[in-house]
Design a protein around this ligand. Sequence first.
Ligand SMILES: [Zn+2]
Length: 126
Amino acid sequence: MDCKEAQSLVMPYILNVFDTVEYRGDGRTFGELTDHSLAGFLDHLEHCPKCRDELEIYYVVYVGLRQLEVEDGIVDMEGNLAAALESSRRWAHYVTVRKVALYVAMTLFFYVTALVAALQLRMWFG
Ligand SMILES: [Zn+2]
C-alpha cells in the first residue's frame, strides 16, 4: 500500500474506530476500508511516519471537534488512538488467522475426501 492509498483510508478509519475504540468488523465498510485493506493500512502506518502523523492529526482534529459537542472533560486522545490501533491490529490478526484456518480446513477436507475416495476405489477394485 502506498501513501496515497493509506491516506485515503485515514478518515474512514477514524470514523470506524471513533465511537467504540474497537475496530468494528461487522461487515460495515467506511469508504475503501475493509478487512482486507485494514491489514495493509496498519502495516503501512508502522513503517511510514508521514502517514502516522497524518492519522494523528486527523484524529486529534476530529476528536477535538466532537469534544466541542459534549461538555465534560478532557479525553486522552493519544491513549484512545493507541487503543484503537491496538484493537484494529488484533482484528486484522484475527482476520488473517481465520483466513489461514479456513485454508487449512479446506486443504484437510480435500485430502480427507481424496483419501476416502481412494479407500472406496480400493474396496471396489482392490
Ligand atoms: Zn505513507
